[in-house]
Design a protein around this ligand. Structure first.
Ligand code: NDP
Length: 465
């Protein structure tokens, strides 16, 4: 029997995705640049190998797929994708469809979509790591509605299922829309991780708790409003022991964070969209500071280590993290709304929250309520949706207590503090930009609007200047 789909790139993600597709009953043909990898993959696929056709050449791959063909690319973002598209071009027909399932920069996906390829093209963000790809990822696709409809049954079959049974796979809009939403997902992921790390730091440095105790605190929170994959794994990594030394593994891991760039892309794109995402900003900044280990060591030598003791109870920390999380997601969804308008994409915000409920790294209980709130209050920032406004009433005082106590004692809390700062700015109808406008008018005659509506757009200095 001919395969219903082909897949190129049997690395971590591609191999897992191919097994998932085969397991859901779709015969699949696979090709990898290094042929031995293809054969090993087929050999190790066990009972699923009957569903899998290994191909040694791209020609064999294309011949093994029933027309009109669907080919999924799972290779590193960038040049490898362009190279594969070029290699496939002479082999594919106009009715065929290629899906780039890697972490492409959405600008590249836009470019490829507009490039007049001789076949259909979808850009698709896949989240959930290897485990997600194998047993059910969260899928964010971009491209034409017709191309999406063709592949939707397969993608819905392999995607994660939310608690209500709906598949975590959706079309976000045209061209780069899927990779854009995946990018913001990753930016939020950076921020979620950073806020958890900041709370961990308060417990470790401010409260003197050992890793095992911190693990128990996180585990407890995972039964409440903070229930999420990232809080769950934070509890698990905090309790794990290092097989070499027997110490908590957290205590032997160097505090220098890696990154592959999607957080940075989110922040850069947010600037282009004039969309404030200060919590994500802080998370990317924190990773960059963490990388400058030598500088931090010199700083500690000269000024002494910063973090001092704080007195905070666990319930206050939990409430602060709840507030921080709401503020971070409110910023992320507002950025998506800005892109939706700026790029004319009509991004489905409630559906995005739904698709993130399972399969992906930021999956959490709170996303259910966010989906409902974004649906019922589509024209408002998430913080103004009644459910979340009420929750913020109850949790922002704790966030303020944590941030002020932490900062006063020298515990850096960039993401939590930035969330609070943004919240206070958001609820200040009379801010301080009147001073900025006066300064701009003074040195550049840029003009300003007046509170009383009078048409006198310049200050008394302009004639003198
Ligand atoms: P791996 O490094 O594990 O695998 C890369 C695969 O691409 C290999 O099969 C490799 O073949 C192939 N490849 C590399 N360069 C080329 C090239 N120039 N031409 C053709 N094939 C090439 O990567 P991952 O599976 O981790 O990632 C794949 C994509 O998925 C990336 O875009 C990544 O950002 C994205 N992604 C990864 C996630 C993860 O958790 N790992 C999560 C979500 C998305 P060969 O065997 O010959 O080297």
């Amino acid at each position: 029997a001919q395969s219903q789909v082909g897949l190129i790139g049997l690395g971590t993600m591609g191999a897992a995705l191919a097994l998932n597709i085969a397991e859901k009953g779709f015969p699949i043909a696979v090709w990898n640049r290094t042929t031995s990898v293809t054969h090993r993959f087929h050999r190790d696929a066990g009972a699923l190998s009957a569903q899998i056709t290994p191909a040694d050449t791209l020609e064999q791959l294309v011949a093994a797929i029933a027309a009109p063909r669907v080919v999924i690319l799972m290779v590193p973002a960038g040049q490898a994708v362009d190279d594969q598209l070029a290699a496939l071009a002479p082999l594919l027909d106009a009715g065929d469809l290629v899906i780039d399932a890697g972490n492409a920069d959405f600008h590249d996906t836009d470019r490829r979509s507009a490039a007049g390829l001789s076949f259909g093209f979808l850009g698709m963000g896949v989240s959930g790591g290897e485990e997600g790809a194998r047993h059910g990822p969260s899928i964010m696709a971009g491209g034409s509605e017709a191309d999406w409809q063709r592949i939707e049954p397969l993608l819905s079959a392999i995607a994660a299922r939310a608690e209500d049974g709906s598949p975590c796979a959706a079309r976000m809009g045209e061209s780069g829309a899927g990779h854009f939403v995946k990018m913001v997902h990753n930016g939020i992921e950076y921020a979620d991780m950073q806020m958890i790390a900041e709370i961990y730091g308060l417990m470790r440095d401010g409260m003197g708790l050992p890793a095992a105790a911190i693990s128990q605190v996180f585990a407890g929170w995972n039964d409440g409003p903070l229930q999420s994959y990232l809080v769950e794994i934070s509890a698990r990594v905090a309790e794990a022991a290092d097989p070499v030394t027997g110490q908590p593994i957290l205590d032997v891991i160097l505090d220098r964070a890696g990154q592959k760039g999607t957080g940075r892309w989110t922040v850069i794109e947010a600037q282009h969209l004039s969309a404030p995402v200060p919590v994500i900003d802080a998370a990317v900044m924190a990773r960059n500071v963490s990388a400058r280990l030598g500088e931090r060591e010199a700083g500690e030598d000269r000024f002494g280590a910063a973090p001092g003791p704080v007195r905070l109870d666990h319930a206050t920390l939990e409430a602060a993290l709840i507030a921080g999380k709401i503020l971070c997601y409110a910023q992320g969804f507002a950025m998506i709304a800005a892109a939706s308008e700026g790029f004319g994409w009509a991004l489905p915000l409630p559906r995005i929250a739904q698709v993130w409920r399972a399969g992906c790294i930021i999956r959490s209980a709170m996303l259910n309520d966010m989906a409902t709130a974004l649906d019922q209050h589509a024209d408002r920032n998430l913080v103004l949706a009644p459910h979340f406004a009420d929750l913020l009433d109850r949790t922002v005082p704790a966030l303020r207590q944590v941030v002020t106590a932490g900062l006063a004692a020298g515990n850096p809390l960039p993401a939590l503090a930035n969330g609070l700062i943004w919240f206070d700015m958001m609820r200040t109808a009379r801010g301080t930009a009147n001073m900025i406008q006066a300064q701009r008018d003074f040195f550049g005659a840029h003009g300003f609007q007046r509170l009383d509506g009078l048409d006198r757009p310049h200050g008394p200095w302009s004639s003198a200047g």
